[in-house]
Design a protein around this ligand. Structure first.
Ligand code: CDP
Ligand code: MG
Length: 718
């Protein structure tokens, strides 16, 4: 293929139309780059990364050759860039109590370093914890490592994993992969992490809130263990990007080691003009590649979230079957955090010979997982992220431009095994306008949960040793909310109330824990448990793009005029009444996601267990839905919005103008007053996940809030 050629799709394709009839959507690209971008961004020499981290060591890779995917596991291990440096790395890990390891994605950090530590017996009697920001990564690498150990060892034996609501470990487990959120929860009962000899905080560059807090927790645990003559704690920080001066300084100028990976040149293309509909542009670009590239060249597309990915997957599946479209058969795989584990695992399986694999992923595939066979990357240039606005009190889920750093990571995915190509669905000038680095989550997210967890550890967030401090107004907002929920007596308090201590036991947002803890009072624990579990899992409703109406009709009987939460509850209640043998058919008939609803059940039983530990008496409100709605309000009273004028809702707390999201089942109903669980921003601000309430309940359920915050309704609820 001539990389400089502009192309159009010759009237073949309008991927935005599900009718699949073709209209020109020419995407013009121009080449701006040939070469592998990320490696040159930072210079490493014996003075360290950019000269500051004192004793950094640079390894270079002399015999760069491509990985052969079909060789056996042990051979694959030996082929990884990290393998040649194994002994040196073990030596360094022995010498240093804290070490930062930098290497390109796919070098073998996550899967190999824990095994090296284990084989060199660096962990004495303790275990190795390896954190991952996402559950999919924790599960997939744990499975991979268990497989590499072989000898019929199954997951949960020597190698296990622990993610929210799923613990696959046993007494025998020595290497434990867990989400950063899970390790933080473990720290509540084991502040010094005495269960572990080595803690590996992986994907440190992602800077999730939990990893950021863990930086402080492990640093403190390491120091205190030395002071108290307890067994030492070794800290390993692993990252795929290069800017680690800051991190090294924070860990007392610790040693940094850089392992050069094998990256191959990636030819890059920018679009000639901006494309607002990046999703359609991605599909069009895919088909351009599809017509021209050999079948074993796989494609990775970066989009932002489940809906977008599923709809893009659908379009590609349908279009690729169209006899007018040239190209080999296609295996389409979606990859997003919310997916059931089994489906996620399919992404890692190679496609049959002669079939092209296309993986459509969120930013998960940027650095946390490696998929072999990728030769082409299509970068939509967007990411969905949550941002908290202390001034409005709202946490908004919004699709926004990625950072340049993310763009480079995405590009790099095309050059893992051989030379590749990357199509950026944005112009060169759009790229230049992108932020250089992403803002760490701790500086943009709601901190309620973390503030509560730190308090459970006896730490007030204001006095915590952060790598980067969160903004003061966000900290204040978090404490204010915890006080309103009754978890602390006043905002400077360092101790949790009785209620607060119970709230910290749940792996939930404090508002949801509060709902469960209020359920006894409203006599609706059964229902509250179901609703909170449904909200803690992925949607149980399937909405295949081609059968949307059919799905809605099939579920019509679950519809509740009280809103989305109660509609979900109705579906869940019916599911529970169906005999085990009929479940599959029932799910199919009602467009219910079977795996997701079974997961809800699992979550529910775990939350029920914690409720028992908190001595909450079981109860059910039967058909008295007011009880349940009041109970939901007891946790979500800060998320109330009132109908202002035609279709416009104003939030009571900070008076933000919003609308009900079209996907809500009470969209168009215009109730006077609602509670919401999510705010989504596209062109407008939308409320999603709703329950209607009576406005006079607010004073009954949260009188202090109404009084102290001067909360007023503009209209009567008549
Ligand atoms: O952590 P890092 O990105 O440096 O690499 P890794 O996750 O340890 O992956 C090393 C190699 O193992 C990848 O290039 C894949 O070939 C393989 N791998 C895999 O096949 N399946 C997994 N679930 C994880 C890794
Ligand atoms: Mg990794």
């Amino acid at each position: 293929m001539d990389p400089n050629s502009k192309y159009n799709l010759n009237g073949k394709l309008d991927s935005s139309k599900i009718s699949l009839k073709l209209k020109p959507t020419p995407i013009l690209f121009r080449t701006k780059y040939g070469g592998s971008p990320p490696a040159k961004r930072i210079k490493l020499n014996e003075n360290g990364v950019n000269g500051t981290a004192k004793k950094a060591i640079t390894f270079s890779n002399v015999n760069g050759h491509s990985l052969k995917p079909k060789v056996n596991l042990q051979e694959q291990r030996r082929n990884l860039p990290i393998f040649d440096k194994r002994n040196k790395l073990i030596e360094l890990m022995k010498q240093h109590s804290t070490l930062i390891i930098l290497a390109e994605t796919g070098s073998g950090k996550t899967t190999q370093v824990p095994q090296y530590i284990n084989s060199a017996r660096l962990m004495e009697n303790g275990k190795i914890a390896v954190t991952q920001p996402r559950r999919v990564a924790a599960i997939s690498v744990a499975m991979r490592v268990a497989q590499e150990y072989g000898n019929g060892m199954s997951i949960g034996d020597y190698v296990g994993y622990s993610v929210r609501f799923e613990d696959v470990t046993s007494k025998k487990t020595r290497i434990k992969f867990l989400t950063d959120g899970m390790l933080l929860r473990e720290a509540i009962t084991d502040r010094l992490l005495l269960d572990y000899s080595v803690v590996i905080l992986d994907e440190a560059h992602e800077r999730t809130i939990h990893t950021d807090v863990l930086f402080g927790i492990v640093k403190n645990a390491q120091r205190v263990r030395v002071e108290r003559h307890l067994p030492p704690l070794k800290i390993i920080l692993m990252s795929a990007t290069m800017d680690v001066d800051h991190l090294s300084k924070y860990f007392n100028n610790c040693q940094v080691v850089y392992i050069e990976g094998r990256t191959y040149p990636v030819q890059m293309f920018y679009t000639v003009k901006p494309h607002d509909n990046y999703q359609t542009a991605c599909v069009s670009t895919f088909f351009k590649i599809h017509r021209e590239a050999p079948p074993d060249h796989d494609v990775l597309i970066f989009l932002t979230g489940q809906e977008e990915i599923e709809s893009c997957a659908h379009q590609i599946r349908m279009l690729s079957k169209d006899p007018e479209v040239e190209g080999p058969p296609v295996k389409v795989c979606a990859l997003y955090a919310a997916q059931p584990s089994m489906q996620q695992m399919a992404v890692f399986q190679p496609a049959p010979v002669g079939t092209r694999k296309v993986v459509i992923s969120t930013n998960i595939a940027e650095t946390s997982v490696t998929i072999s066979g990728i030769k082409y990357v299509i970068d939509g240039g967007m990411v969905k992220s949550r941002t908290f606005h202390p001034s409005t009190g709202m946490e908004i889920l919004k699709v926004q431009r990625i950072s340049q750093e993310q763009a480079w990571q995405r590009t790099g995915r095309a050059g893992r095994e051989s030379e590749g190509l990357c199509y950026r669905i944005y112009t060169k000038s759009q790229f230049e306008l992108m932020k250089k680095n992403s803002i760490p989550e701790i500086q943009r997210a709601n901190l309620n949960s973390v503030a509560l967890q730190l308090l459970a550890l006896g730490i007030h967030m204001l006095h915590f040793d952060f790598l980067d401090k969160p903004p003061n107004d966000t900290i204040e907002a978090a404490f204010e909310q915890l006080q309103l929920l009754g978890a602390i007596d006043d905002i400077n308090s360092k101790v949790l109330t009785n209620l607060g201590r119970k709230m910290a036991k749940f792996p939930l947002d404090p508002r949801f824990s509060k709902i469960l803890l209020s359920a006894e009072k409203f006599g609706c624990l059964e229902e509250a448990l179901s609703v909170v579990s449904l909200l803690s899992s992925e949607s149980i409703f399937l909405n295949p793009p081609s059968k949307r109406e059919e799905a809605q009709n099939a579920r019509q009987k679950f519809h509740s005029g009280y809103g989305d939460h109660l509609t979900l509850l109705n579906a869940y209640r019916e599911f529970e009444n169906i005999g085990q043998n009929n479940r599959k058919v029932w799910c199919h008939e009602h467009f219910i996601h079977m795996r997701n609803i079974l997961y809800v059940r699992e979550v529910r039983s775990q939350l029920q267990e914690i409720c028992k530990q908190c001595d909450i008496r079981g109860s059910s409100c039967g058909s008295q839905m007011d009880q349940l709605r009041k109970c939901l309000l007891s946790g979500l009273f800060m998320n109330v919005a009132e109908l202002h004028r035609d279709r416009q809702y104003i939030t009571l707390d900070k008076r933000q103008v919003t609308q009900i999201h079209p996907s809500s089942n009470i969209h168009g109903q215009q109730p006077h007053c609602v509670i919401f669980t999510e705010v989504v921003q596209t062109t407008k601000c939308y409320l999603r996940g709703l329950t209607t309430i009576n406005s006079d309940w607010l004073n009954e359920v949260a009188p202090d809030y109404v009084k102290n915050h001067n909360i007023k309704f503009q209209r009567d609820s008549s």
